[in-house]
Design a protein around this ligand. Structure first.
Ligand code: DHB
Ligand code: MG
Length: 252
């Protein structure tokens, strides 16, 4: 296998881009204290069940980390988000976190893969949040376009928060469609934009469509008067990556 550091180009500290054992240790230490046994929203049993059943069913091990999941939940709680849109359900791990934000929350989650959707539905049911989650099957762009029509027709309310964690080439398309159905002040989070630092590597973007998709969403949000955003770099059990965090502007 090619050394992934060579992909990064002029990197003066090659090993520092790879998993550092301290990152996972800090994740484990802090999460064990901040979400200890006895936590109920959601319980560690529910979270572990979702990850174990996803693994058993052959889903890729690419869900958000526990701390990242809880961060999403706390953001949703702070917003008192009533409607959350998620693109990329996978096994429903992040969906479980979002659905536990508070009693008034409903999550619409979109998944392209029927097997993933079915595993997620079982996990959501085990987590006791099926009633709070609407699980839709299909390609993100198609399903989102349908949702936009429903919001425009007044058949569904505008979203307060959007979490995008699907195919990276469509990152901007998802944000752009979400803008037609989010309220002013809504929060949009896009996962995996940093990718071990490749975000800043214009050369990598020429051959890696995921990097290109992440750069496009960063650049387009920067140019778009409807949005304000930043990238938060993250390390931990999921290596070195990051969230793009943006808000839909409030008209003054
Ligand atoms: C990977 C991780 C993700 O969170 C994701 O959404 C897609 C891919 C990965 O590690 O490959
Ligand atoms: Mg992801």
């Amino acid at each position: 296998m090619a050394n992934p550091n060579t992909v990064l180009g002029a990197n003066p500290h090659p090993q520092q881009h790879e998993n550092d054992p301290r990152w996972e240790s800090v994740d484990e230490y802090s999460f064990s204290h901040l979400h200890p046994a006895g936590s109920v929203h959601p319980s560690n049993e529910v979270l572990t069940h979702a990850l174990n059943s996803s693994k058993k069913e052959g889903l890729p091990n690419i869900a958000v980390s526990p701390s990242q999941g809880k961060y999403l939940m706390l953001q949703a709680r702070m917003l008192r988000a009533e409607r959350i849109l998620e693109v990329g359900t996978l096994g429903g791990y992040s969906t479980i976190w979002l659905a536990n934000a508070w009693k008034g929350v409903k999550v619409t989650t979109i998944e392209i893969n029927p097997h993933h959707q079915s595993v997620a539905q079982t996990n959501l049911s085990h987590a006791g949040v099926s009633e709070k989650v609407e699980s839709l099957l299909g390609p993100g762009v198609e399903v989102l376009s349908k949702l936009v029509e429903e919001v425009k027709a007044g058949k569904r309310g505008k979203y307060d928060m959007v979490f995008i964690d699907a195919d990276k080439v469509n990152n901007w398309n998802y944000v752009n469609l979400a803008l037609d159905m989010t309220r002013p002040g809504a929060l949009i989070i896009v996962d995996n934009v940093v990718r071990r630092g490749m975000l800043a590597d214009a050369e990598a973007a020429k051959t890696n469509s995921n990097v290109e998709g992440s750069r496009r969403v960063v650049e387009n949000i920067g140019k778009d008067p409807r949005l304000e955003g930043i990238v938060i770099q993250l390390v931990g059990g999921k290596n070195y990556d990051g969230f793009l965090v943006a808000t839909v502007n409030i008209e003054e």
